[in-house]
Ligand binder design. Structure first.
Ligand SMILES: *[C@@H]1O[C@H](CO)[C@@H](O)[C@H](O)[C@H]1NC(C)=O
Ligand SMILES: *[C@@H]1O[C@H](CO)[C@@H](O)[C@H](O)[C@H]1NC(C)=O
Ligand SMILES: *[C@@H]1O[C@H](CO)[C@@H](O)[C@H](O)[C@H]1NC(C)=O
Ligand SMILES: *[C@@H]1O[C@H](CO)[C@@H](O)[C@H](O)[C@H]1NC(C)=O
Length: 401
């Protein structure tokens, strides 16, 4: 079979998928969302195929595609862009060139990619960070933390912590002209998991308490203990994130053991004796009424999985597992949730929990939003929605950082 035939075959499947993939009704720019959704589903399908024929692991294809979008550190008239290391961990710095009377704020950026793929060098993130640096006259630090499954939990988190502690040294802040009282930590999707965790850890460490002014969590994932929240049920097949794909990828951060994956897909992966943790993610308590719809809360089934995975009960893996007393000292918080997002309820419940303990939260719920929208700002998928969300995030930073 020739290359052309193969391409034609794939184009036909792509087209059919696009036409037939069902979308929620009130979605904006439906054809573009369909295209994005189809491309991701095709990737997942191909990844499964490649894994089954032994060509590469499931996550391999996702990394390859992300790598195709890597950019070089290109400076422009406004921003100097440098790839360097902080504490031996690769970072990309965006340094405004404009002279500044006062010291600059800083945004520390933690990218998404389900812990297994992506980089702050991906073009959409490069655009976002450049834009942020330019708009806010801020120093932006993108962290290229190590990825799973080669480097499982807590490697990614440790890298972020090392970079941030390195950056927070007086001499480093001075070198980049950063105002130590105006630092924000931002992350999207799994980067939001890492951002939320890092901020909890720093805030509960006497040496770093109150060093971070703000956190911005963009459609964050915040827990892996209950995989059957209402949003997991309603958006099981996407758009963008499907439940199976997400669980397959995120479990790799814990372990490559297929038994874990199978158990997590059934929501029976948590160990005996972990029932007390479910009070932190009990959606019947924390989800606003309008999102509960007709869903019925089901108690977790525990102890079905053989093997010990301490990460599953660790609040550094699932920051939603932090207690109220650990949450109450958190800094000013910006959280974006999207209506049509598999992991929407993680963010919604975190908003409730933070507000319950008096943390100041700005919550932007995007009614027509989809997961990852802020990354769809380049060909082949360009969403106006993504730019609007970016602008709302930037104006929050302008007002609050
Ligand atoms: C530099 O900043 C100015 C003012 O914000 C903007 O108009 C211009 O497009 C920026 N240049 C680049 C390359 O982003
Ligand atoms: C940065 O760190 C990486 C990984 O630790 C290493 O491979 C690389 O050589 C370092 N680069 C520099 C410029 O030190
Ligand atoms: C979850 O909340 C409901 C309603 O408040 C309660 O009946 C149930 O026992 C809770 N379950 C867990 C595991 O905390
Ligand atoms: C777990 O391991 C024990 C002992 O190795 C075995 O008896 C049991 O059947 C296993 N359970 C499952 C669900 O695999």
């Amino acid at each position: 079979m020739g290359y052309k035939t193969l391409c034609f075959g794939f184009s036909c499947i792509l087209f059919a998928y696009c036409v037939y993939s069902p979308l929620p009704e009130n979605i904006e720019e439906p054809w573009r969302v369909r295209l994005a959704d189809t491309l991701i589903k095709m990737t997942s399908l191909l990844a499964t195929l490649f894994e089954n024929i032994g060509l590469m692991k499931y996550e391999g294809l996702f990394s390859i595609i992300a790598k195709m979008h890597f950019t070089k550190p290109v400076s422009d008239e406004n921003i100097t862009v440098i790839d360097t290391n902080f504490s031996d961990i690769p970072v990309r710095l965006y340094l405004p060139r404009r002279k500044s009377e006062r010291q600059r704020p800083a945004v520390i950026f933690i990218h998404g990619g389900a812990f297994v793929s992506g980089s702050c060098k991906v073009s959409a993130y490069d655009d976002l960070n450049r834009w942020t640096a330019n708009k806010l006259n801020a120093v932006v630090v993108g962290i290229d933390y190590r990825l799973a499954p080669q480097y499982p939990f807590p490697a990614a988190l440790e890298d972020c912590i090392f970079v941030i502690k390195f950056f927070l040294q007086d001499k480093v802040l001075a070198e980049y002209g950063v105002d130590a009282t105006r630092i924000c930590i931002m992350g999207d999707s799994s980067g939001g998991t890492l951002a939320a965790t890092v901020v909890q850890l720093l805030q509960n460490d006497p040496e770093y308490k109150d060093r971070i002014k703000a956190q911005a969590l963009i459609y964050p994932g915040l827990q892996l203990i209950d995989t059957l929240l209402p949003s997991h049920r309603e958006y099981k097949h996407g758009p963008i994130l499907s439940r199976e794909m997400l669980i397959k990828l995120v479990c790799l951060y814990v372990s490559e053991d297929k038994a874990l994956l199978q158990a997590a897909l059934r929501n029976e992966h948590m160990p005996e004796g972990s029932r007390h943790l479910f009070k932190f993610v009990n959606w019947s308590d924390f989800l606003p009424e309008k999102f509960k719809k007709n869903h019925v809360y089901t108690e977790p089934i525990l102890g079905k999985l053989n093997g010990s995975y301490p990460a599953l009960v660790d609040s550094r893996m699932s920051p939603s597992l932090a207690s109220d007393s650990q949450l109450q000292s958190l800094p000013l918080t910006y959280i974006v949730t999207c209506e049509h997002d598999l992991i929407r309820d993680d963010g919604l419940m975190y908003v409730t929990r933070l507000r319950n303990v008096g943390v100041q939260v700005t919550h932007d719920h995007i009614e027509k939003g989809i997961h990852g929208a802020m990354s769809f700002t380049r060909a082949p998928v360009f969403l106006q929605l993504g730019l609007r969300m970016r602008d709302r995030y930037i104006s929050w930073l302008e007002e609050n950082l």
